[in-house]
Ligand binder design. Structure first.
Ligand SMILES: O=C(O)CCC(=O)C(=O)O
Length: 259
């Protein structure tokens, strides 16, 4: 898929490009089938919800141990646009799955940017990193869609603090303070990312985003594949393999038929 110059401009302006139903239905079905097993994994790569210890909050690194996710990470439908937007070879810094289970089991995500922990802990030099957000379920207005502030990435790294619930729980999350959020929301507005399973949003790593508790009965799983420019490879190795990839080899897409 070749992006047009207006799509590239849109990404620069909004920090966001959205493609409804980008993935074939068969590939989405295959990814959905693997979810229950991934959510049951016992390892440290699965972070549990604070108030629902049986519910997975995040599954890190599925492309390392699940073949459907490995092939997803190498599909040209994701690699080509990211490579074009970053203008060079890319590798996968991190993959993670947020199942966001229904009935309140999938808890909220406070407003944040994703880049701070990659910069401060993993040593990623620049925010030249894009999060391909792959909808594994239909994302609607009622099952706690991802909420974004389009254009907020243009402010660069905003001041934030480490969320106390996140520290030591297997992931790091830097919350924005309420005044910063108020100003940004007035300036940029807030949009829900809505679309059928198989839709993909390409999101700049400094775009402010968050989500509410999923009190609906419907799961709202999204897989996040975080691609980084090879020339922007991380310099630190504090975090484990499932959060901070050590192999910076440029990715090459699989033929369409093997995805
Ligand atoms: O999927 C969501 O609802 C939010 C996840 C998120 O913000 C993150 O993983 O950084």
């Amino acid at each position: 898929m070749q992006l047009s110059s207006s799509q590239i401009q849109e990404f620069e302006d909004r920090g966001l490009l959205f493609f409804p139903s980008l993935l074939p239905a068969a590939q989405v079905a295959e990814l959905q089938e693997t979810l229950p097993e991934l959510l049951r994994r016992p390892g440290p790569e699965v972070v549990r919800e604070k108030n629902q210890p049986d519910a997975a909050r995040l599954v890190f690194g599925p492309h390392h141990y699940d073949d459907a996710f490995r092939r997803l990470s190498l599909t040209s439908r994701l690699l080509d646009p990211v490579q074009q937007l970053l203008g060079e070879d890319i590798y996968l810094h991190q993959s993670r799955l947020n199942p966001k289970s229904g009935f309140g089991h999938g808890e909220s995500w406070a407003w944040h940017q994703d880049y701070p922990p990659w910069h401060t802990i993993d040593g990623m030099p620049q925010p030249r990193c894009i999060m391909a957000s792959v909808f594994l379920d239909d994302c609607t207005t009622v099952n706690s869609p991802l909420l974004v502030l389009p254009g907020s990435h243009r402010h660069g790294l905003l001041s934030s603090h480490l969320h106390q619930d996140a520290a030591g729980r297997g992931y790091e999350l830097h919350h924005l303070d309420t005044e910063t959020l108020r100003q940004l929301a007035h300036q940029h507005g807030i949009e829900p990312l809505i679309g059928p399973a198989g839709s993909v949003a390409f999101v700049h790593c400094n775009l402010v985003h968050g989500s509410a508790n999923n009190v609906s009965p419907w799961r709202r799983a999204i897989a996040y594949l975080i691609y980084n420019a090879v020339s922007n490879a991380c310099t630190k190795t504090e975090r484990p393999w499932y959060q901070n990839e050590r192999d910076f080899s440029p990715l090459r897409p699989l033929p369409e038929t093997s995805c």
